[in-house]
Design a protein around this ligand. Structure first.
Ligand SMILES: Cc1ncc(COP(=O)(O)O)c(C=O)c1O
Length: 368
C-alpha cells in the first residue's frame, strides 16, 4: 500500500511501525482476549499501560519527580481555561488576579480570550504589528503576576521561542502542543506545560499536562470538578474514564521515539529537516518564508508564493496544494485564518518526505 506524506498540522502523520504494531495488537492485546478499546480503565492490564506511558514520558521529557503528569480530555483548548481557573481564579465577587500573556498570534490569542473570563490577562508584549512574524522581547514579570504564559511553538504563525523569558519567581506556563518532544526542554524552568496529543504524541483525544507539585491547590469552589487539576492529580488521571486507547497509542509513540534515540536524536533530525526546507525556500526566488529566521518553527514551516497580485497568488497556492495532493504530499494549505502554505514536519515525518516536498516545489516553480 502506498502511504502519503501528510503535512497536516494535526491530527498528523504517525510512524508506520507504530500503526502496524497497534493493528497487530488491536483485537487481542497482550494475549488477554480483548482490545485496549474494550478494557476497563480499572484493570491491572490498563494500569500497566498508563504507568508505562507515564514513565516513558517522564524519561523522554526529563520530568522531575516533583511534577505530576496528567492524561486529560478536552484538547489543549480546555487548558486555556484550566490554567487560569487553577492558577489564578478567585471566589465569586472577589477582584481578579492578573497574569502575563505574550501575544504571538492565534493560539496565544485564543488562550488570552479564554483566560480573560477568569483573570486580568495582561499582554505586555505582542508581535501583532508585524503580523506575528517574530517572537517579541519578553518583559519581566511583576511580583504579583500569578503566572507567565507563552505558546512555545505557534502552529499557525510558524514561530518558536528559542530563549525562555526570565520570570523570576512567577511560574512559567507553556502551550507545547506542537513542539512537545521535538527538542529538549528543561521542565524545571516551567510551572506547567500542556500539549494536545495529535501532533507529536499520537491520535487526537488526550491532552498531557505536566505540572509542578504545589502549583495547583488554588481552584475556587465554583470550578467544575473536571476542570480542577487536584481532582485529576489525586486520582492519577483516573478521576473519570480517561481516553484509554489514546493513552495506549501515546505509549507506542513514546516507545518508537525511545528506540530512535529519544528527544536528542529527534531534535537533530528535526533541525536538519527544517534547515533543508527553509534554505530551499529562502534561495528559491519564488517562495517566501515570512517568519524571521531566528524565530522560525522547526515543526510548522510557513511559506507562500511570491506574487504581487493577491488574487493571482491565491490561485497559484490553490494550484500548488491540489497538485501536491495528487503527488502524495497532503495538507499543505496554510491555516484558514492565516492563509498561504504550511508544511508541518513533526517527529514522524521522515527526511525523505521533506526531500520529496522540495522536489515537488522545484517542479512547480519551473512549471509556472
Ligand atoms: C499550539 C496549539 N494550541 C492549542 C491548540 C488547540 O488544540 P485542541 O484542538 O486539541 O484543543 C492547537 C491545535 O492545533 C495548537 O496548535
Amino acid at each position: 500500500m502506498e502511504r502519503i506524506y501528510n503535512f497536516s498540522a494535526g491530527p498528523s502523520m504517525m510512524p508506520l511501525a507504530v500503526l502496524q504494531r497497534a493493528a497487530s495488537e488491536m483485537v487481542n492485546f497482550n494475549g488477554c482476549g480483548q482490545s485496549v478499546m474494550e478494557m476497563s480503565h480499572r484493570t491491572d492490564e490498563f494500569s500497566r499501560i498508563i504507568n508505562k506511558t507515564e514513565s516513558l514520558l517522564r524519561k523522554l521529557m526529563g520530568v522531575p519527580q516533583n511534577y505530576h503528569v496528567l492524561f486529560l480530555q478536552g484538547g489543549a483548548w480546555t487548558q486555556f481555561a484550566m490554567v487560569p481557573i487553577n492558577l489564578a481564579a478567585v471566589e465569586r465577587d472577589s477582584p481578579f488576579k492578573k497574569a502575563v500573556y505574550i501575544d504571538t498570534g492565534i493560539w496565544a490569542d485564543k488562550a488570552i480570550s479564554e483566560a480573560s473570563k477568569y483573570v486580568v490577562a495582561r499582554t505586555p508584549a505582542s508581535s501583532k504589528g508585524e503580523k506575528y512574524t517574530y517572537i517579541p522581547c519578553p518583559p519581566p514579570a511583576e511580583p504579583d503576576d500569578a503566572y507567565y504564559y507563552i505558546c512555545l511553538n505557534n502552529t499557525i504563525m510558524g514561530t518558536r521561542w528559542t530563549e525562555l523569558p526570565a520570570t523570576g519567581g512567577v511560574p512559567l506556563v507553556a502551550d507545547v502542543s506542537s513542539c512537545i518532544l521535538s527538542e529538549p526542554i528543561d521542565v524545571n524552568r516551567f510551572g506547567l506545560v500542556f500539549a494536545g496529543a495529535q501532533k507529536n504524541l499520537g491520535p487526537a483525544g488526550c491532552t498531557i499536562v505536566v505540572i509542578k507539585d504545589g502549583l495547583c491547590e488554588g481552584a475556587p469552589s465554583w470550578a467544575p470538578a473536571m476542570l480542577n487539576y487536584s481532582a485529576h492529580i489525586n486520582e492519577k488521571s483516573l478521576f473519570n474514564t480517561p481516553p484509554c486507547y489514546c493513552i495506549y497509542m501515546i505509549g507506542l509513540m513514546l516507545e518508537w521515539l525511545d528506540e530512535m534515540g529519544g528527544v536528542e536524536a529527534a531534535y537533530k533530525i528535526n533541525q536538519e529537516k527544517a534547515a533543508l526546507l527553509y534554505n530551499y525556500i529562502d534561495e528559491s526566488g519564488f517562495y517566501r518564508a515570512p517568519v524571521r529566521p531566528k524565530d522560525r518553527s522547526l515543526m510548522n514551516v510557513r511559506f507562500s508564493i511570491q506574487e504581487e497580485d493577491a488574487e493571482k497568488q491565491k490561485l497559484l497556492e490553490k494550484r500548488f496544494t491540489k497538485q501536491a495532493q495528487a503527488a502524495g504530499l497532503a495538507n499543505l494549505a496554510g491555516h484558514r485564518l492565516a492563509g498561504g502554505l504550511r508544511a508541518s514536519i513533526y517527529n514522524a515525518m521522515p527526511i525523505e518526505g521533506v526531500r520529496a516536498l522540495i522536489e515537488f516545489m522545484n517542479h512547480f516553480k519551473k512549471d509556472v
